[in-house]
Design a protein around this ligand. Structure first.
Ligand SMILES: [Mg+2]
Length: 231
């Protein structure tokens, strides 16, 4: 059956979270004068933070922790790695981070072109994100891609995250879409690819970080523009 509805993951699939987060943290780090105060290099800090944050997001996806836990721990744990155990400092970073990241809205290479292309071909486009509800919509709006989407769904709305079938069910119902003619495109192997596939969608793995995973019935692309070959 022909694909009609396309569900995109947002972070690191369309919205360049990795880059935007990096630039945001660099700014806060400078403003708080961390290098001077603690003799800590930004790149060293960022590397540790990145690893910790990725791990915590995996734990959220797997239902092991809540988002409040993540928000309490990601900066605290990253600083603690360097011997700086300061809950107030961690809280300052956390609250500034979510506000200030919205000042950075770089998209993944080719995002605009592919959204334009797919819209012109009359596909109905949607967002299905595991991110925080309060920022998902704003990211779409501020980066200028909001109008390409008929629905924008954040897993927070029902507090169940990809890869769980409930959130796919919810997003498709909201979109008025059927499994048989829907596709999921994303960069997270478990949440987007395995989750979408076991729910019964066609799936595309956007291998933006060169994970080189593959599986039966999974299309892999390295650049968004490669979607033109299949859609
Ligand atoms: Mg993602």
């Amino acid at each position: 059956m022909k694909i009609q509805h396309i569900f995109f993951d947002l972070d690191n699939t369309l919205w360049d979270h990795r880059r935007n987060a990096y630039l945001t943290l660099k700014e806060i780090f400078k403003k708080e004068d961390i290098s001077e105060k603690y003799n800590l290099d930004f790149e060293d800090f960022h590397k540790e933070y990145f690893t910790i944050n990725e791990r915590l997001w995996e734990q959220i996806r797997d239902g092991e922790i809540t988002k409040d836990y993540l928000r309490e721990h990601r900066f605290y744990d990253a600083f603690a790695f360097f011997g700086i155990e300061d809950a107030t400092l961690a809280q300052t970073f956390e609250s500034n981070f979510l506000d200030e990241i919205l000042n950075y809205n770089d998209l993944v290479e080719g995002a605009f072109q592919i959204l334009e292309y797919l819209s012109e071909k009359d596909y109905v486009l949607h967002i299905l994100s595991n991110g925080f509800q309060e920022v998902t919509y704003k990211k779409c709006e501020l980066s200028g891609i909001k109008n390409y989407f008929q629905t924008i769904t954040s897993a927070d709305e029902i507090n169940v995250r990809k890869p769980h079938p409930e959130v796919y069910e919810y997003a498709l119902r909201k979109a008025g879409a059927q499994k048989e003619n829907s596709m999921m495109i994303g960069d997270d192997w478990i949440a987007d690819v395995e989750g979408g596939k076991s729910f019964g969608l066609q799936v595309v793995f956007f291998d933006v970080f060169n994970d080189n995973f593959e599986a039966e019935n999974v299309t892999v692309i390295k650049k968004l523009i490669e979607l033109k070959d299949i859609l």
